[in-house]
Design a protein around this ligand. Structure first.
Ligand SMILES: *Cc1c(COP(=O)(O)O)cnc(C)c1O
Length: 409
């Protein structure tokens, strides 16, 4: 199938464009020795996990289901081909009912508080897992994006230095299988501090940022937590690194990584989501109707609220192929979705020709935070998911209908 023949609306994930991003990320990993993981919450099109796993070191999960998806679709298929990849997880609070299953899937388990380390840490170590603690460097590097700032006052994400220092020396009796020694070389049963239990530290504070923001954050991390680096083996720098964006300062990123490796002997992890699938997918939509109310409004079969929710939540204006800013080209339209929400508006765009019923529009950069966040509000159908291979050939990977809508209600 060619692009023109696809159902509307549909997401198109472009394999060649994903691979282009993966090559850039792999370059960073090769030049620095850092390990790079896919943050699945941004992009979970598991049809491409084998491809992702060929270039990256694995994936990270925000919860049990993503961890299982990585296990089933990346770790096991790659293992069958003789390649190993890692499965990491972070959660603000793990639940007892999930934890044994998480231990089955994951290699690295990152906790959000000392009490979670106390509750689950020994079990994770006894199962041979690496554990980490998420820290809060209290260094905000983004303005006007509070919802995406884990360093904002009162944040629930990551341990601040004050809490870190309070909990680090807390001792709890060892509870690892008798007879075994534990990390840090102590015999099990021997009392150890929570800090001694940790293999690494994790922070995630960036969102769509360049490496100057990372550098600034690292300075804060070093100043506050640097004295604990001798106690750990790895530092995970989280996501939000817009590494594959044209103009991103790769050299500065690599200097930051090398500094941690060379001056502290740390292994470094990065877990970008967006950067893996940035500018690598499309949402195809069709004009249903044009109405006039001082301005011209085109109603599409794709909805901001249902099919590109970050357009409203972030908010942002998605790029649209062949269009200009409002007023830039001859014909300007406000593009809106088919739901009841008055604010279901994608944005104002201009075109060389008037829009007509049946015209197809191609929204760009729609692989990230789209399929993973969409919904069926108003009973809207979910767009099909199409994979476009390296020759430009498209095949429908998933189709959704009434059953998926009804199933969830
Ligand atoms: C969201 C998130 C990521 C990925 O962020 P991107 O902005 O998509 O790169 C990585 N790690 C953690 C802990 C996250 O919450």
């Amino acid at each position: 199938m060619k692009l023109e023949e696809l159902p509307s609306p549909c997401y198109v994930v472009d394999e060649a464009l994903i691979e282009k991003n993966l090559k850039i990320l792999q370059g960073v990993a090769e030049r620095t020795g850092a390990k790079i993981l896919l943050a699945q919450k941004a992009f979970s099109s598991y049809a491409l996990y084998p491809l992702v796993g060929r270039y990256l070191n694995g994936a990270t999960a925000s919860g049990l289901y993503e961890a299982r998806l990585c296990r089933e679709e990346m770790v096991l298929p790659l293992r069958a081909k003789g390649k190993l990849c890692e499965n990491h997880i972070f959660s603000p609070a793990y639940q007892e009912k999930d934890f044994d299953e998480i231990l089955k899937y994951c290699d690295h388990i990152v906790f959000n508080s000392w009490s979670q380390v106390e509750k689950f840490g020994y079990r994770a170590k006894a199962a041979g897992k690496q554990i980490g603690l998420r820290i809060n460097p209290e260094c905000s590097t983004q303005k006007g994006h509070e919802i995406y700032d884990p360093c904002a006052p009162g944040s629930r994400l990551g341990v601040t230095l004050v809490s870190f220092a309070k909990g680090a020396g807390r001792t709890t009796p060892g509870r690892i299988t008798p007879g075994k020694t534990t990390p840090g070389g102590k015999a099990s049963g021997e009392s150890r501090t929570l800090l001694e239990l940790l293999d690494g530290l994790h922070f995630h504070t960036l969102c769509e940022q360049d490496s100057d923001a990372l550098e600034e954050t690292l300075r804060a991390v070093e100043r506050k937590f640097g004295s604990f680096f001798k106690n750990i083996r790895w530092l995970n720098l989280g996501g939000g690194h817009h590494i594959t964006r044209p103009g991103y300062d790769l050299e500065r990123l690599e200097r930051c990584i090398r500094h941690l490796e060379d001056d502290y002997g740390l292994d470094v992890y990065l877990e970008p989501g967006e950067a893996v699938a940035l500018n690598a997918g499309f949402l195809i939509a069709t004009v249903l109707e044009v109405i006039e109310n001082d301005i011209s409004v085109a109603i599409l079969d794709a909805s901001a609220a249902c099919h590109m929710p970050d357009v409203l939540e972030m908010p942002y204006r998605p790029p649209l192929k062949g269009s200009g800013e409002a007023g830039e080209k001859a014909y300007t339209y406000r593009l809106g979705g088919p739901t009841c929400l008055a604010g279901d508006i994608i944005g104002d765009y201009s075109f060389d020709e008037p829009l007509r019923e049946g015209d197809r529009l191609i929204f760009e950069d729609m692989a990230i935070y789209s399929m993973v966040k969409n919904n069926t509000f108003n009973g809207m159908p979910l767009p099909a998911i199409v994979l476009r291979d390296r020759d430009g050939e498209c095949r429908i990977w998933k189709r959704f209908d009434y059953e998926q809508f009804k199933e969830r209600l």
